[in-house]
Design a binder for this molecule. Sequence first.
Ligand SMILES: O=C(O)CCC(=O)C(=O)O
Ligand SMILES: [Fe+2]
Length: 384
Amino acid sequence: MAAPSAACGKMAAFRLEQGEDAFRKIFRFYRSRSPPPDLSGVIEFSRGHPGVGEVTAALLNTSAVSDSDARQAGLQPLDQWKAYRLDGYPGFIFISNPFLPGWQHRWVRQCLKVFPKKPNICNLDLHMSPEQTADLWESSKEQLRSQKSLLEKLRWVTLGYHYNWDTKKYTPERRSIFPKDLAELSRCVSQACGFSSFQPEAGILNYYHMDSSLGIHVDESEPDQCSPLLSFSFGQSCIYLLGGLSRELAPTPMMMHSGDIMIMAGPSRLFYHAVPRILPFPGGGILPPSLSEPPSEKPLAASPPLLQPCSAQDWDVCAQYLRHSRINMTVRQVLEGGASFPVEEDTCHQQTPASKGDTYHLDETELAMEDQGEQLLPKRVKTT
Ligand SMILES: O=C(O)CCC(=O)C(=O)O
Ligand SMILES: [Fe+2]
């Protein structure tokens, strides 16, 4: 069970109004623009959080991935990784940007140029024809600055087993090949963390702007809830809230920066979490330091790397996008090894609800409606 952190101790002292849960109270605190929230209680893994005792070093399985395999996947040798655990959150691991220089650029390019393409599915497919969404990159790269580009309207992309936002289920029919590059990166990370049998089968990519939030939810749609969930972040930073099994438990706030990786495993796999706020990287640059230098196009190593370098032209587009955006990739195993999908009871009476669009990714207008009492709970919010 999650113990409140030093920061949350402070928050827990906030008087809860009737009908409001502790998680929501803290979500609203960090989302607030006026007054802006006090960030002093937010854990900064990259700086070694000042809060005593709650953050400890995580031991990794450094022999699970050789230095050359790590390099091929764009990662530093495992003995250089800075990995942490958090007291009260068993199974949670935070890795501070283990990417080699130039590799985050490649993943950002994949997220903007490659992964939104068919057969993968994105939010724009709910309203537009497949022809219109066939190549968001090509149709957007000239107009990114105008805020009218399709890439700027991209909120999510699903990979592998495509998550259905209406039924909240995965099904064997809605499946495409999981990208090999992301599968390989995920295997390296999961093996380093001791999960040697992890199978990357589904991905949800979330695209955030400076006024976006991600509602309070638990990732519980995967029939296999024992395998870890991996999360990779690029671009602008965010406050991430990690709670417990109930919304009555106050969550711990932590900063996630570009290149950081989280592993939700064990009990933490089913803990409530949310992203109330996107923030510029502290220090004032347009892009975080790890992305400020354009990628160098080094000659290829003897054996081909997982991803080709990001070209200067592609990086111009990505950098333009990332000035005001954060991208997060989560990778999940859907089925336990060898298992098949659970048989649905009463399938003949089941109806797919008419799509109400996406109420999971919230922007300023939607959040204001929510504040005024209109019931706009994100679909993956479990009301307890
Ligand atoms: O953007 C993030 O860091 C969280 C994403 C997430 O929780 C999800 O996709 O389920
Ligand atoms: Fe999630």
